[in-house]
Design a protein around this ligand. Sequence first.
Ligand code: GRF
Length: 216
Amino acid sequence: MNEERAVSVLISGRGSNLKSLHENRLGYRVKAVLSNRPDAGGLKYAESQGIPTKVLQREHYPNLAAFKAAVLAAAAETEPDLVALAGFMMVLQPEFIEHFYGRLINIHPSLLPQFPGLETHERAVAAKVRHHGCSVHFVDSGVDTGPIIAQSSLELNRADTAHDAAARVLALEHALYPWVLSHLALGGITLSGRTVQYSPEVEREATQRGFLIFPS
Ligand code: GRF
């Protein structure tokens, strides 16, 4: 039997990556969406698709530790096989990362290890880098430092503003993220320690699609 993996997606905002993950699902289904913001646009989309949602707000908890513990409990309650961060603007507690290590991925709008953290497009344009793009990586306890699974890149035009770069990179994100998640779900991408391993099929497809992967 070809069972689909259950994925919980954590968001804070508009949810365009959530939409792309859901629309392009293969080997997985989006089982639940969690948000730390009640006004996250992605929540409406999830509801329109019949995906269960849950909102956790910092102000409903006595302190940050209690809030973060609640986020972990809520994610664990959805019993996901995989957890995908998609614009989730919150630093996760170490317990969360330990609990889901190897099953927890994030999409970041830069070619890591360049430009971890925020305002990646502004920094890429200011640095006048030639190549810019996005990365999907396993999450570890650092800020965007986990093992990189795959990247998609483009050449910045001289005239590109940070706004242009964001729009161009977002289109790459929407293709890369579901591709990675599908192969994780189907077992073609695995993590051993901090080493990402790829099946021959994944290596072939990455070449065809112009994605960068990092076989050892
Ligand atoms: C994306 O650029 C993603 O790479 C970053 O946050 C943004 C989220 O956008 N982590 P959306 O909410 O998926 O539209």
